[in-house]
Design a protein around this ligand. Structure first.
Ligand SMILES: [Zn+2]
Length: 283
């Protein structure tokens, strides 16, 4: 987290602290049993492992509530016109958390929770969630695929953890779009996937808000995956998403941090992403 916050410190941003998510917001996507299980799993000292990847420390429960709360608050600020767009510099990430299963470092489905909040609380009719993390957002897909008001699009390396995200997974309402990229894919394949397949689909869906699952682990320096993206690719995708948001929904974009495990690449990429968001919001 320090890598991201440190990289953002020179940018002149409006900074808002992340509140704890309300129980009602969590319950829009998770059953009560999941929320209770996470609360009860939180250790009072030391660590507790929920699976091979997902561990809770003393601070994890509050961090999980604040990560979801930040996404919800960002949606409020953007939809109320108090911010043009927003980036949530939060951990833990959320896109692997399924309805009843924490996994892949994720406790709650932050982006899905905030998208449902935009629909149910603010009365929007359509929200798009765009996920360019190198891993498939299996949790987000699980949480939103039964809701025809949400379009979920993901580009990801495949095969790779968590093993889902085949293009044949389109959801019961055909609102899921998965683009699988083979190990070693670089800028060209990534940009083709977005320009040729994903962005036209978003345009046709006409979302009133675009949310981003912004993982920076597709960077070529990242140790967990094998895509070969560079910072310029994250600048490009951010700008293209902002272009679409300008056309479709008055520039309204809420971006939430997902993965990124090479700290230098993570900081540089996140700062570049936020810089584009800020320029577009100011402009
Ligand atoms: Zn990831």
């Amino acid at each position: 987290m320090d890598a991201v916050l440190g990289a953002l410190q020179d940018l002149d941003l409006m900074r808002v602290s992340a509140p704890m998510a309300a129980e009602d917001d969590l319950l829009r996507v998770h059953p009560k049993s999941h929320v209770t299980a996470i609360r009860e799993a939180a250790p009072e000292t030391g660590f507790r492992s929920l699976d091979a990847d997902t561990h809770m420390s003393v601070g994890s429960l509050a961090a999980g509530y604040r990560a979801a709360g930040a996404a919800v608050r960002a949606v409020d600020l953007v939809l109320q016109g108090e911010a043009g767009n927003a980036f949530c510099a939060t951990r833990p990430p959320g896109h692997h958390a399924e309805r009843e299963t924490p996994m892949g470092f994720c406790l709650f489905g932050n982006v899905a929770i905030a998208a449902k909040h935009a629909l149910d609380h603010h009365g929007l009719k359509r929200v798009a969630i765009l996920d360019f993390d190198v891993h498939h957002g299996n949790g987000t897909q699980d949480l939103v695929e039964d809701d025809a008001r949400i379009l979920f699009c993901s580009s990801h390396q495949m095969p790779l953890y968590p093993g889902t995200g085949d293009p044949s997974e389109t959801g019961p309402h055909d609102t899921i779009l998965n683009v699988a990229l083979p190990d070693g894919s670089g800028s060209k394949a990534f940009r083709q996937a977005w320009e040729g397949t994903i962005l036209p689909r978003v345009e046709a869906f006409r979302p009133e808000l675009i949310m981003i699952s912004a993982g920076f682990d597709a960077h070529r320096d990242d140790p967990l995956a094998g895509l070969q993206l560079v910072v310029e690719d994250f600048i490009w995708i951010t700008a293209r998403i902002c272009d679409l948001a300008d056309t479709l929904c008055e520039g309204r974009v809420v971006s939430c941090l997902e993965g990124g495990y090479d700290l230098a690449a993570l900081g540089e990429s996140a700062a570049a992403h936020v810089k584009v968001l800020k320029e577009r919001s100011d402009g």
